[in-house]
Design a protein around this ligand. Sequence first.
Ligand code: SAJ
Length: 432
Amino acid sequence: MVSDSELKVAVLGLGYIGLPTAAVIARTGVQVLGVDVTQSVVDTVNSGKVHIEEVDLDGLVSGVVARGNLRAATMIEPADVFVIAVPTPFGENHAPNIGYVLQAATTIATVLKAGDVVILESTSPVGTTEKVRDLLSTLRPDLKVPGKSGESADIAIAYCPERVLPGRILVELIDNDRVIGGITPRCARKALAFYRRFVRGACVTTTSRAAEMTKLTENAFRDVNIAFANELSLIADTMGVDVWEVIRLANRHPRVNILSPGPGVGGHCIAVDPWFLVSAAPEQTPLIRTAREVNDGKVAHTVARAIDLIERVPGVPVACLGLAFKANIDDFRESPALKVAADLAALFGDRIRIVEPYADTLPAAFNGTAARLIDIDTAIETCPVMIVLVDHELFKSVPLDERADKLVYDTRGIWPDQPPAVIPKVDLRLAG
Ligand code: SAJ
């Protein structure tokens, strides 16, 4: 096996997964080239900086760039291992779009040589790795590809899904177990040798199709379980029962572990990946499809409940706490909190105040509305109504005596000691 300092790795796509992955590999002493189609991303990385927020990523990137182990470019160069970490969004009717993956494979084909390993990490529909193999075979008929020419293939191709949690990416990249699916067992072994260089978790080999389905299964599992919690919250609402108390109590059962309801499911993974299964097997996926619909429907339900509360106390300022798609991160992609707050801002204008410790300015969704960004202390001082949309630590730490007199709609259950929102008879109208 080549030594760390001789091995050359190219990571295609320098986003939320590609950049941390490139940096972690570079830290082992390997030469890593990060390839991205966006020049500004390449320039940022080459200056030792990052274009995304992730715990400790800035220090790691500046270190590996300074030591010369990580470099970025828009053009591919020859390497020994190619890691594809580009987006796989969905298009019309939730059908997955693997165009960026195939584009990355086309790019790799221009420099591919015998002995190279190509690994797909992007969340992909079952069969995508084989499509990559077929494309490489068409573009490079001079190279024998695996699964078509027996064990004598010139290159190895494998699928190894990322499964890291935003906010813990650098830790989980190292510590999580990895599922490595080869087009052939030999491909899996080649990819395994690569991951063993930087992964401390167990690396388990399988076929590329099983690995592809495993990734989709993990996120569909979580989506279905969150949908169950969200459905419970709808039932509890109609029955006047505190859903958080019910879940706490039910979870005392040794075999029950219910997740948390919220204003919906956001981010680029859980709300997207289950559709890849539904789209591939529509007849076999009524449960997974319904879970998606329940979770998407929770946003409209949250807006309706918030409107009801806000209309009962005319004129008073309302604080929406949080815009991020989940706690303690600055990621607003596909955020249910942002959708709810933007809808309320469009309806109630300058009555809506947004508190988001991870934003300096309001996102574009608020353009044309009179909503404004304030800090948590100002919200406590000026807003009699509070709608909790994200369970940021900053919000959790507000003690009861600072919010006991507020009317609260807590979609995340962060304040279990909050008295029920009884609409006061007195006029709460405040200036501001
Ligand atoms: N959420 C709830 N209730 C819960 C848990 C989550 O409403 O009990 C919401 C969150 O607020 C958020 C959404 O679900 O809006 C998704 O958050 P998450 O923390 O469940 O997951 P992600 O999207 O940050 O990361 C997931 C992870 N997958 C699983 O936990 C199975 C991560 O390990 C994957 O690597 C990532 O998707 C991915 O890239 O696919």
